[in-house]
Design a protein around this ligand. Structure first.
Ligand code: NAD
Length: 421
């Protein structure tokens, strides 16, 4: 299946903009009422940024755990007060395993932001789309092939009046959006090869008094492949998404190595990957990642090499093209020094400093203007690209895109969520 056929399976998909009137008839300045599903680190960061950077207003919160919901409420009541907005109504707070369904059935919510662990994204997306909500869904769209295929079916059910974005905010970072335009216009000529890396510190342990083994696992979802998708699918996906986007293709096959050489804590996620992805025209993308240790070891980015020069796209440091069409990002807006510091909440103080803000503004604009997005299939394409590398690593052999799609890979949650009712 080529890329065009793949994206078509997701109906009106990818970055296609659909001209339509929004279901909610927004006035230019009226608030988009946002319900946050998953009041954790990233969810709180993104909803806060939505509140500060757009007309979106947090009016509802949902989380499986009451303590996370309570923390969220305190935070957003303070934030809303500081912005001159009302506190969240008691009736708009939901906890427990069915909180996602209760949130989706709220008629006073226009937009659901899905910031739960990756295992739940597709289920939560399905419920939010069925309820007719606009959706901002964190990456990855699915942890396994079965979920990814299911998401493609959901993509077809997104109405032209609904806008659905996937959390690839890196594409919206001003330096990266600017260099992408030049690269997509052919600034490097014929592409020879791509290299990328994501080296990050370990995910911190989350302890909660009296937590059962299941609760411990759910709170520390980042350490478990079934819940997170492993580091390639959960974290490295941002760089693999950049490569897909810039090449306008998904990998056709992959070989990979890696393992768990350093980590000794609970869970089964690997702490390093080395993947060789083959794209159309025999373009190879050599990708390497690590995730362990303390805060010092952070470095992420992409380098492209073509007949007419090379491009550097680091999270921190100069974003530039070297060669006949030489170009460098001139920082007119960000006065903060570019610091190579990791941000577990995805809010980086470097080339990505305005990524969330610009992503959110474009998304809210898609809702208020009625120029809806449906990024589900594009999100699935990148998630599957990561799963391709993961499968090649786990199986220690070359895996093709067709083999991946034919594979019945399904991860099990391994617990009954009703215990958290
Ligand atoms: N785009 C980015 O740069 C970026 C950065 C960090 C995290 N993320 C993504 O954001 C998501 C959340 O990550 P995080 O770091 O905030 O994790 P987190 O553990 O801090 O937050 C997750 C929240 O979801 C809640 N939750 C768990 N299962 C639930 C369920 N079934 N129903 C309702 N609530 C549930 C948890 O109690 C928790 O409050 C993940 O998908 C992650 O991959 C994206």
């Amino acid at each position: 299946m080529n890329r065009r056929q793949f994206l078509q399976t997701g109906a009106a998909c990818g970055l296609l903009l659909l001209k339509s009137r929004t279901a909610f008839s927004y006035q230019a300045n009226s608030a988009v009422r946002l319900g946050l599903l998953g009041c954790g680190n990233r969810g709180t960061t993104v909803s806060t940024s939505f509140s500060k950077s757009t007309t979106a207003q947090v009016v509802a919160l949902a989380d499986i755990f009451p303590d996370k919901l309570a923390l969220g409420r305190t935070h957003f009541d303070q934030l809303n007060a500081s912005l001159g907005r009302a506190a969240i109504d008691d009736k708009m707070l939901f906890h427990g395993p069915h909180a996602f369904e209760q949130l989706a059935s709220c008629k006073d919510v226009d937009l659901i932001q899905i910031s739960t662990p990756p295992f739940f994204h597709v289920q939560h997306l399905e419920t939010a789309v069925a309820a007719g909500k606009h959706v901002y869904c964190e990456k990855p769209v699915g942890v396994d092939v079965a979920q990814a295929k299911h998401a493609l079916e959901i993509a077809k059910r997104v109405k032209p009046t609904q806008s659905v974005d996937v959390g690839f905010q890196v594409r919206s970072a001003p330096p990266i959006a600017a260099i992408a335009q030049k690269l997509q216009a052919g600034a490097l000529g014929k592409i020879a090869a791509v290299a990328g890396n994501y080296n990050a510190p370990a995910a911190e342990e989350k302890l909660h008094p009296g937590a059962s083994p299941d609760e411990y696992r759910l709170r520390n979802w980042l350490w478990y492949t079934a819940l997170s998708g492993d580091i390639l699918v959960e974290q490295n996906i941002h760089i693999i998404d950049l490569c897909n986007w810039l090449l306008g293709a998904h990998p056709l096959k992959a070989t990979a190595t890696g393992g768990r050489n350093i980590l000794t804590h609970a869970g089964d996620c690997w702490d390093n990957y080395q993947v060789d992805f083959t794209y159309p025209n025999d373009v190879h993308f050599a990708f390497a990642s690590t995730q362990f240790g303390g805060g010092g070891a952070f470095d992420a980015g992409l380098n492209m090499f073509g007949a007419n020069g090379s491009a550097a796209i680091p999270y921190s440091g100069p974003v530039q093209i070297v060669g006949p069409q030489a170009w460098a990002w001139k920082d007119s807006e960000n006065t903060a020094p570019a610091a190579a510091t990791f941000a577990a909440n995805g809010s980086f103080n470097d080339n990505l400093a305005f990524a969330d803000r610009d992503k959110e503004r474009t998304f809210i604009e898609s809702i208020t203007s009625g120029q809806s997005h449906n990024q589900v299939a594009a999100g699935v394409e990148t998630a599957l690209s990561c799963m391709l590398g993961r499968m090649a690593g786990y199986q220690k052999r070359e895996v093709t895109w067709e083999e991946l799609l034919a594979h019945g890979e399904t991860y099990k949650l391994g617990m009954n969520l009703d215990q958290f009712a």
